[in-house]
Design a protein around this ligand. Structure first.
Ligand code: T4K
Length: 375
């Protein structure tokens, strides 16, 4: 049998620059005495994020959730918005914070994202938009969703919290839909401790977003709109600038671990995982598997619990589904019969440890432990 790991193996660990490098940044900030409100670090990071994500416009925020609330506000969505139940609570919550009713749509069993072919039947006269999520960095069916939205005059927002660096045919994922939101939480490939950003093609939106995240203040005597405080501060932005420089090396390590996971897990009956299509650049953010109880012989929950005995802390993202939360269970679209794929997937998915701080032997051992559960 296997010895447990001698320390906790988490699902992820944040990328941290050397403390000495952050100290240099802190000295810069201290001498400027400028800590927030569109400072130098903030402006520099915003430019670099635009380049990295290959988008024409970006607006930094203090976290992904505030950014998404502002995105929904800025498009003046009302009534109902169609979204996925297989996501983090922030996704439907931002709709509620805008007085919008989430309408849950079943997901595609391959991508685990909102299933484009199920959206149309949920559209009512009250529908104003679609809020898709590129879950685990797997892109939504962006062309089908765009066509559908155009046909029905709907806005499209993408929650790209998991999709930093994701590209389709070399095009940044943040170019799809009307607005996309990226999370810069420490559990993400790129992070600013807490943070997020919105990206969009329409240039005119930038000024509006900058107002929205700063109380709607235009100048000392003019407040134009009821904005919020969504500003990223200078410490967050400085950390982001350093993390950005480390990304390519981190991605290389994760790519290698991804290959090991793929190699080691292939052929285990009842264990499947998602392989990105050839035209997609991976976001390298999560490594999710599905465990089919009948074929594997043990349930996902068994594996999750047993892993802990070996100090492996996998995560059941996203169980339970948002449609099962007390605050959403009463919605007609939350009816289990309407969401068969989402329910099946939520009972089978497990996110395995995946970050550059792991080595090949760690990943091989995690796979071997998983294999041993089958007996
Ligand atoms: N939309 C989607 C689809 C999202 O997944 C998220 C966030 C959002 C919107 C909202 O974006 P933000 O407003 O957060 O920017 C974590 C994150 O808190 C959350 O940001 C993320 N999704 C979600 C998928 O994961 P938890 O409850 O799993 O976090 P926690 O504290 O259990 O951390 C998970 C593991 O990460 C820990 O076991 C160890 C490691 N960790 C975590 C933190 C915070 C560290 O090593 N260091 C750390 O500082 O939600």
């Amino acid at each position: 049998m296997f010895e447990p790991f001698d320390k906790k193996i988490h699902v992820t660990r944040p990328l941290l620059p050397p403390l000495s490098a952050f100290n240099v940044k802190l000295r810069e900030i201290w001498s400027s005495q400028w800590l927030s409100n569109n400072g130098r670090q903030h402006r520099a990071l915003e430019e670099k994020i635009k380049e990295r994500l290959k988008v024409p416009n970006a607006c930094l925020f203090n976290n992904g959730t505030t950014a998404l609330i502002a995105a929904v506000q800025s498009l003046r969505l009302t009534g109902e918005v169609i979204t996925t139940p297989f996501t983090f609570p922030a996704t439907p919550h931002v709709l509620m914070w805008n007085n919008i009713r989430p309408v849950f749509c079943d997901i595609n069993p391959q991508t685990l994202n909102i299933d484009a072919k199920n959206i149309e039947r949920l559209i009512t006269p009250a529908t104003t938009g679609i809020l898709g999520v590129h879950v685990f960095g797997m892109p939504c069916e962006v062309s089908a969703i765009r066509k559908l939205a155009e046909r029905h005059g709907l806005k499209v927002i993408y929650d790209a919290a998991h999709a930093f660096d994701l590209e389709i045919d070399g095009d940044g994922i943040g170019n799809y839909g009307d607005i996309s939101m990226f999370s810069f939480h420490p559990t993400k490939l790129f992070h600013t401790a807490e943070g997020g950003c919105l990206t969009f093609r329409e240039k005119g939106l930038k000024q509006h977003m900058d107002l929205l995240k700063n109380f709607g203040i235009k100048d000392e005597e003019t407040v134009l709109i009821p904005g919020i405080n969504g500003k990223m501060n200078e410490l967050q932005a400085a950390l982001g600038l350093l993390v950005l420089d480390m990304l390519d090396a981190e991605r290389e390590k994760r790519q290698k671990l991804l290959e090991v996971y793929s190699r080691e897990l292939k052929g285990i009956e009842g264990v499947t995982f998602y392989e990105k299509p050839a035209n997609v650049k991976d976001s390298c953010q999560y490594f999710a598997i599905r465990i089919n109880k009948d074929m594997f012989g043990k349930s996902r929950d068994f594996v999750y619990d047993e892993f802990k005995k070996y100090n492996v802390f996998s995560r059941k993202y996203f169980y339970p589904l948002c449609s099962e939360y007390a605050c959403y269970k009463h919605l007609p679209s939350s009816n289990k019969e309407n969401l068969p794929v989402a329910h099946q997937v939520a009972s089978e998915v497990l996110c395995l440890p995946f970050y550059g701080g792991l080595n090949v032997l760690d990943v091989k051992k995690i796979c071997a432990i998983l294999r041993s559960f089958k007996r």
